[in-house]
Structure formats: C-alpha cells, structure tokens
Ligand binder design. Structure first.
Ligand code: SF4
Length: 346
C-alpha cells in the first residue's frame, strides 16, 4: 500500500530498537533499561512480520531519494542474533527500487561481536558505532556487565577506516585552477563554516553538503561555490579537485570527512573539536588551529596559497606516509584479533 506523502520529508533517520530496552550490560547511568518495566510480559524481540512491514514501509517512505538509512540501536541490538540482521538485509535488498541503495548502521556495545559478525558487517558496509566509556576507572565504575564484572579490559582502542578505492587522488579539477579551498560536511552552525567563508583568500572557496544554514550562507557569500550534498563518485571528485581541506568545526564526533580528505591527498586544516588531533600530523599532513581564531586560519591558508610548492610537499608526504586505513585494513585487523582471542579461549 502506498504511503501518503503530504508534507512528509523525502528522507529521515529512524533508529529502531529490535530488542527494546533489553541489554546484556547494566550501566549505572542507563536511562533506558528501566523502560522494560513499561511493557510487562513483552518478549522484547521484533517479530519477523513486523520486521518485514517495517523495512517495506521505510523504503516506501524514501521513494524520492537514492539512499535509505536503516539504523539499529538498543538496548543491545545484537542480542537479536545474526540471522535477524541477515533477514533485514535480505528484505531491504528485495524492496529497494532500481538505483536505490541502503546505508546500514548499528550501535552496539560490541560484546557479542565475532568474526562472523565482522564478515557480515563488512559485506554490507555497515557503519558501526561501538559505545565505550573513556578511561579504565570510569568505564569500570559505570559500565558494568550484568554479572558485575568490570569490562574495560574486554574493550580496546580501534580506528575507523575509509573507502580507499573511492577516496584517492584523481586527475580532475571540477572547480578550475587553484587554489581551491574545500569544506565538506553538514552546513550547520556548529561547523563554524563562516570563519572560513569570511576570510579574504585568493582562489575559490567550495562548500559541499546540505543543512539548515545552506540557504543563508549561499545568500551571504555569493562568491563561494555551494554544491549541495554529494555522495559516492561525485563526492570523491570534489575532494580530488581541491588543494586544501578546511574543517573549522567547534563541535564534532569523529569527522569522517577528515579521513576522506586525507585519503584524497589533501592537507587538512581543522580544530581540536573532532578526531583531527588523532588523524592530522601537525605540519606534515595538516594543521590543528583554535576554532575561534580566524586570524590563525587566514594566516595558514594564505601560506598555502602563496607556497604551492611547500603545499605539494605536504600532500606528497601525507599521501605516501600517512594514508588513512582502509575498511579492508580495519576488517582484517578485527578478524585477526577475533581469531587470536578465540585461539586463547579454546
Ligand atoms: S550498553 Fe547502552 S543500553 Fe546497554 S546498559 Fe549500557 S547504556 Fe544501557
């Protein structure tokens, strides 16, 4: 049955909790575990018929856009078992329209993952959020397992990957000759994009992305190029057409665009409010600058514009020595780790 679309957005992000509030951890701050009490007698397992109806309607509601986000959260969603997620992908692939794709995401505490899960996530390119809790003393105090054991030593530091086959240097100049200064990401106030757009720089400023500030910034900065949201090959060509990546955010999580820019061979200018501090090698692959210091951005970008040779050296160094890890690298490390762990356990 077709869904009435009057006034409905073309796309939206819906987090679905297939196990409701049920979790195999018992974190002291969890606001959600107590929700179990709201549904006495519930099995807290999404039924197969409901799963099918949900996936079908979610895809139907996205009939106007090329991508549907299918996102799972908990409680702990992996308690549903791997077959549930296999079925969800099978249903999605059956209902997607020609040319449409699904972006799968899952938020998990990671405790049940093993090589089989890893292979499945890799195959369908799942975006995975694993929730951890900072240093050992905090983690062990707040993030308790149901049996009361401390869990920090069961967790570890892990890095994200980047699609290295897609994001790479290319012989393309979509925006003409340089210098081309590029921002990619949501066009929203917390990204502090105006610090960049206000600067008096030679060359071109390009903003790739959509968001609530897009119309206002377009009107205020008519000389900048605003492409709107780009994905896949189009996005990769935008990166490859630039000379410097500028990400002046004042509030961010990881900042996946930083890894994509680095994989595309761009030097990165960013702030301490993202994973920049982990990804950027100061002075060798880019620079970390205070978010609220426009003069620091102006000075560094002017240097980039005036020192094309020096900039080339940064690009070459960044690309040859500090290429971000590909998803294949990350998946291979994860699988190897699981195999080592299983070998020790057996
Ligand atoms: S892992 Fe998440 S859902 Fe589970 S108890 Fe902790 S905070 Fe709650």
């Amino acid at each position: 049955m077709a869904i009435a679309r009057q006034g409905a957005p073309d796309a939206f992000h819906l987090l679905t909790k297939p196990t409701g509030a049920v979790c195999n951890l018992d974190c002291s701050y969890c606001f959600f575990l107590s929700k179990e009490m709201l549904y006495p007698g519930s099995r807290f397992r999404m039924a197969d018929e409901l799963l099918e109806a949900y996936i079908e309607q979610l895809i139907e509601a996205h009939s106007q856009v090329p991508e549907v986000q299918i996102a799972w959260q908990g409680g702990e969603p992996t308690l549903m078992g791997l077959d549930f997620f296999r079925r969800s992908v099978e249903l999605a692939e059956a209902h997607l329209r020609p040319g449409q794709r699904a972006a799968y995401t899952i938020q998990t505490n990671g405790t049940l993952l093993d090589p089989e899960w890893a292979a499945f996530f890799r195959r369908y390119n799942f975006f995975i959020g694993v929730s951890l809790d900072g240093p050992e003393e905090f983690h062990n105090h707040y993030r308790r397992s149901v049996d009361g054991e401390n869990g920090f030593r069961r967790t570890m530091h892990w890095t994200r990957g980047v699609d290295a086959a897609l994001f790479r240097p290319r012989d393309v100049r979509l925006f003409g000759d340089g210098p081309v200064f590029l921002y990619v990401g949501r066009v929203a106030v917390e990204k502090n994009i105006e610090t960049f757009l206000r600067l008096d720089l030679p060359g071109k400023k390009v903003v790739v992305g959509g968001g609530p500030m897009l119309a206002a910034l377009r009107a205020r900065y008519p000389r900048a190029i605003f492409t709107g949201k780009k994905l896949g090959e189009e996005l990769a060509e935008c990166y490859a057409s630039a000379d410097v990546f500028v990400f002046p955010t004042i509030q961010d999580g990881f900042g996946m665009v930083l890894a994509q820019a680095a994989a595309s061979g761009l030097p990165v200018l960013t702030t301490p409010h993202s994973a920049g501090a982990d990804l950027v090698h100061e002075g060798r692959t880019g620079w970390i600058l205070p978010a609220r210091d426009p003069s620091a951005f102006a000075e560094r970008l002017a240097w980039c514009a005036a020192n094309r040779e020096g900039l080339c050296a940064v690009v070459e160094h960044a690309y040859s020595r500090f290429r971000p890890r590909s998803w294949d690298d990350v998946a291979a490390d994860f699988t190897a780790l699981c195999e080592r762990t299983l070998a020790v356990a057996s």
